[in-house]
Design a protein around this ligand. Structure first.
Ligand code: AHR
Length: 620
């Protein structure tokens, strides 16, 4: 009895301590808390983070029953780890974390994710052990700044001063990479780079006043945030320098924030860096209420705001959402019918269009980029409301997409990405992270394949998809990124099977004509090629799945059945069911809502341990 009493007292004491640490750590009065959400912030001093907290609070206030508890890691990873532990002890239902240091926080997030959902914000942790990542694309922000520099210099030569944040900041490193990449081919531009450790307005101003010579010959300044841009603006004014253009980043609307500075003509441009706070709360509720279709990553859009478009930008921010038009007409340029994945993808898009009441015009390009270009021109002539493009290959789209832009028709990329000179050519991308798929395939091989030869070398045959298609390029890249960590594993034969069953089969048959079978693993960029290869192996007396490991990507029912029957070993999922997310995005767009830059789908890895339960419900 005494023991039980002291246990009870300990629990009470613990609860009292937690309550004193976190006043919000209670589900009771004044109103019942249905969802307790812990928010672990890297710090609460940077203005961007304060804006994020504001947005999280504003959105949470719209949902009675949601309570937020905040912790401030003061930019110290050890503190962040103990903050997260305290939040867990408090019984939070979901954790929102914005990591100080990605490397140190990754294992902690993986651990938490085993018991509750985790939304990672701003900086993505390594691997896929989290529910959702929401954040900006810092490389693209830097790239956009570089494009603005080129425009401001108008083809003339000039010096550019890049004012970065803390030298150890991942965000600043990524912005700088993007910035330099868009300028480094221009020999007339010389970039001077400085770092302001605490990223503040006053330190930037003081620094430039103390190091005036760093402004010699400078015609444009790119500061990695609007506060440093304002500091630079003040220093220039005090030094009496003229004709230096300034670009900042963040684009908040307060008086001394980027938008206000552009309106007052103090800086020339700000590139918006949304916080994603509103989305984080909305997705938290979707996750906690098991709503289907939550993506794995939502990468937010950044916009250039200049004195020419600032008024329209502000007006747009305050514009209420409208009802979408009665009939939305969408042109859909699909790759072809090369694989079971593709058929499921088409079916998903067509049936979701029906569900959403969208009129869909479908064109099957039969793997021909030329036919896709013709299809897009046809849609432009039809004056559709939006075009969905699933591009066969990743290049060659500039001209036709410029035509779509001139006709004011938004283009959404589905499934595959493209390389274009100007990223403004399309609005958003919805699909998978092909690089990560390749990495996952190789990680499985590294952990599971056993070499048959004495030299302990794993000999890999790679069956690539269509040449020049983004899944082929990126699945190769991701695979090789991990492969290089295993010097004993080697790709000894690579051929393209064009993502088809026959293609996979032929590669193995060709190989066997000139070689004795000496391959440990077949890595196929899709299931159809893997299944074709398996058939060819069996015909030649080699047992797929046993004599040779078979790893592929997609997750079709046939491939999952092959895992169960032991003919394949691992399938990295690539989700073809993009229809509902695509149609929701189109409807949102037509209602005046801003779409993210990229929506990346959630995917699993299947092996004999976890496949059976999925087969029953798998429709493709
Ligand atoms: O673009 C996605 C790829 O295209 C799928 O993995 C493959 O099966 C398809 O043909």
């Amino acid at each position: 009895m005494k023991k039980r009493m002291s246990g009870f007292l300990a629990v009470l004491l613990c609860a009292a301590v937690l309550l004193s640490l976190f006043p919000g750590c209670s589900r009771q009065a004044p109103e019942k808390v249905e969802y307790l959400i812990g928010v672990s912030q890297a710090n609460m001093r940077e203005s961007w983070r304060l804006a994020l907290i504001r947005e999280l609070k504003e959105e949470a206030a719209k949902h009675p029953g949601v309570r937020l508890i905040f912790t401030d890691a003061t930019q110290n990873s050890d503190k962040q780890i103990s903050d997260i532990r305290r939040l867990l002890a408090c019984g939070v239902d979901l954790l929102i974390v914005s990591p100080c240091d990605v490397k140190k926080i990754t294992p902690v997030v993986s651990g938490v994710y085993k018991s509750i959902p985790v939304i990672v914000m701003d900086r993505v942790v390594e691997g896929y052990d989290y529910s959702l990542f929401i954040g900006p694309d810092n490389r693209s922000i830097g790239k956009q700044a570089g494009e603005s520099v080129l425009r401001m210099l108008g083809g003339k030569s000039g010096g550019v001063l890049e004012i970065c944040g803390s030298a150890s900041s991942q965000m600043s490193g990524e912005r700088s990479e993007g910035f330099q990449s868009s300028l480094n081919q221009n020999p007339n531009i010389s970039i001077r780079k400085i770092s302001i450790e605490n990223e503040s307005r006053d330190s930037t101003e003081d620094h430039l006043l103390q190091h005036k010579s760093q402004l010699d010959g400078i015609r444009v300044i790119f500061a990695h945030n609007d506060y440093m841009a304002l500091g630079a603006c003040r220093a220039i004014e005090k030094l009496g320098l003229k004709n230096i253009r300034i670009i900042g980043v963040d684009g908040f609307t307060g008086e001394n924030d980027g938008i206000g500075l552009v309106q007052k003509g103090m800086i020339d441009e700000t590139i918006t860096c949304p916080t994603g706070g509103r989305e984080a709360i909305q997705f938290s509720l979707d996750i906690l209420q098991n709503v289907a279709g939550v993506p794995k990553q939502e990468i937010l859009h950044s916009h250039k705001v200049t004195k020419e478009n600032v008024d329209a930008f502000v007006e747009n921010l305050n514009k209420p959402q409208t009802a979408p038009p009665k009939t939305i007409r969408v042109g859909y340029a699909q790759v072809g019918t090369e694989s079971a994945w593709r058929l499921a993808n088409t079916e998903s898009i067509q049936s979701a269009a029906k569900e959403f009441g969208i009129q869909l015009f479908y064109e099957n390009a039969d793997q021909s980029p030329k036919r896709q270009i013709e299809a897009i021109r046809k849609f432009i002539a039809m004056k559709v409301d939006a075009i969905v493009l699933s591009p066969v290959i990743d290049s060659g789209w500039d001209e036709v997409l410029r035509e779509a832009k001139q006709a004011n028709i938004p283009v959404i990329l589905s499934d595959r990405e493209i390389t274009v000179q100007d990223d403004d050519m399309y609005l958003t991308f919805i699909g998978a992270d092909f690089v990560e798929e390749g990495r996952r395939a190789m990680r499985w091989i590294a952990e599971n394949a056993v070499p048959a030869n004495k030299n302990a070398t794993i000999r890999i045959m790679e069956l690539q998809g269509t040449v020049g298609a983004s899944p082929s390029v990126e699945r190769s890249l991701g695979f090789r990124e991990i492969l290089q960590e295993y010097p004993n594993d080697k790709i000894v034969y690579t051929r393209s099977g064009d993502f088809t069953y026959d293609g996979g089969k032929q590669i193995v048959e060709e190989y066997l004509k000139t070689h004795k079978w000496d391959i440990d693993v077949v890595y196929a960029h899709n299931d159809d090629m893997a299944l074709g290869a398996a058939e060819a192996l069996e015909k030649n007396g080699i047992a797929p799945g046993k004599d040779v490991k078979i790893v592929s990507i997609d997750g079709t029912k046939n491939a999952l059945n092959a895992i169960v029957s032991g003919k394949m070993n691992c399938v990295v999922e690539c989700n073809p069911l993009l229809g509902p997310q695509l149609m929701k995005a189109i409807t949102d767009l037509m209602s005046g809502k801003e779409l993210p830059l990229r929506i990346i789908t959630d995917e699993k890895v299947f092996t004999k341990e976890n496949t059976q339960e999925t087969i029953k419900s798998r429709k493709y």
